[in-house]
Design a protein around this ligand. Structure first.
Ligand code: FES
Length: 99
């Protein structure tokens, strides 16, 4: 769905999305790295479990919130990947508690 227009990806690092290892360019932000890996659902809405993913890619819409290293509500389009980073889809149930 998404691919880089830059053929030279430079140095790669490993991040983990729900346990799946992904080798990504070290200068990517989290949202870009996941989209290039074919992952577009970053969180689910609390009321009806609809999927949400990055929209603006510039820190405005907050649709790219995701769990990074155990912390919810991380704005993935504004955070650079780091080696060993653990990322999970963010799911918050109707009680307001994370699953
Ligand atoms: S994609 Fe809009 S804030 Fe991250």
């Amino acid at each position: 769905m998404f691919r880089s227009i830059n053929n030279n990806q430079g140095e790669l690092i490993t991040i983990y999305f729900e346990g799946r290892a992904l080798n990504v360019p070290k200068d990517h932000n989290v949202a870009t790295a996941l989209l290039e890996a074919g992952i577009s659902s970053f969180r689910q809405t609390a009321l009806n479990n609809e999927s949400r993913g990055p929209y603006c890619m510039m820190g405005v819409c907050f649709d790219c919130l995701i769990n990074i290293n155990g912390l919810d509500n991380q704005q993935s389009c504004t955070i650079q990947v780091s080696d060993g980073m653990k990322i999970r889809r963010q799911v918050i149930n109707t009680s307001g508690k994370n699953e």
